[in-house]
Design a protein around this ligand. Structure first.
Ligand code: THU
Length: 108
């Protein structure tokens, strides 16, 4: 529907790579981003330790959306995010992209 193509590659702590693409829906809000598809594939395989995620798209220079940042924060608050940039790519820590994040892990 959007004609935007997004791909993500999630690197696990034990060196595996899970890929994902955006999965759109006629009911637009149902759409899944590539990053969350990659995370769900890994989690459903029982893997929840992640080192990095790369994201690339047919729009240049995208960063993960807010929902994807929150999803990543649940499992890997310090994950490195690799994104396309003018001169190749750039890497940022999720803590920089999602400061003062909400979590329940340490609160229970
Ligand atoms: N999209 C992603 O897959 N990842 C992002 O981080 C941002 C947006 C997708 C969702 C939708 O299919 C399309 O890009 C346009 O928003």
């Amino acid at each position: 529907y959007s004609d935007v193509k997004v791909g993500a590659a999630l690197l696990t702590a034990d060196g595996k790579i899970y890929t994902g693409c955006n999965v759109e829906n006629a009911s637009f809000g149902v759409t899944l981003c590539a990053e969350r598809v990659a995370v769900a594939k890994a989690i459903s395989d029982g893997i929840r330790d992640f080192k990095a995620i790369a994201v690339i798209s047919s729009l240049r220079f995208i960063t993960p959306c807010g929902i994807c940042r929150q999803t990543l924060n649940e499992f890997a608050p310090e994950i490195e995010i690799v994104m396309e940039a003018e001169d190749g790519y750039t890497v940022q820590c999720l803590t920089d992209l999602l400061p003062a994040s909400f979590g329940m892990r340490d609160k229970k």
